[in-house]
Design a protein around this ligand. Sequence first.
Ligand code: HEC
Length: 111
Amino acid sequence: MFRMGAALVDENEEAGFAYSLRSKWPLNEQNKPRSDFEVEALDFLEANPGENFYGEEELGGDKYFVAAYPDRAVPEACWTCHNEHSNRGEDYPEFKKDDVMGAVVVRIPLQ
Ligand code: HEC
């Protein structure tokens, strides 16, 4: 569901922003970090529970304000489904309550 929403926003230039779901341990390869900024954001969010990560990034000659928010394991369904999923890679963590499982990354173009 989330990815469908993200795809819709990506295609709607008038919305003026884009968001995506990222993780260092993605069940879907498409959700792995795609820039140095995203790697830095995921490392920061994991090391600093309860905080968000903000910055600026240049992609393809365009500048963006980028905000990354932690996606945490709050309801039990999060970690039970992920920990048992067949797409888990070899280094996949055993997620538990309150773990930062990934990040929601929002990009807003700057002029
Ligand atoms: C019923 C199974 C299920 C449940 C429940 C679930 N997820 Fe996922 N999650 C998935 C699958 C499958 C993907 C890959 C989806 C895709 O194709 O983009 C995914 C993707 C993600 C991603 C992006 C990285 C990746 O693994 O591809 C994050 C972060 C994430 N989930 C966190 C959570 C959190 C936090 C919760 C609880 C609020 C949760 N998930 C609940 C199955 C689940």
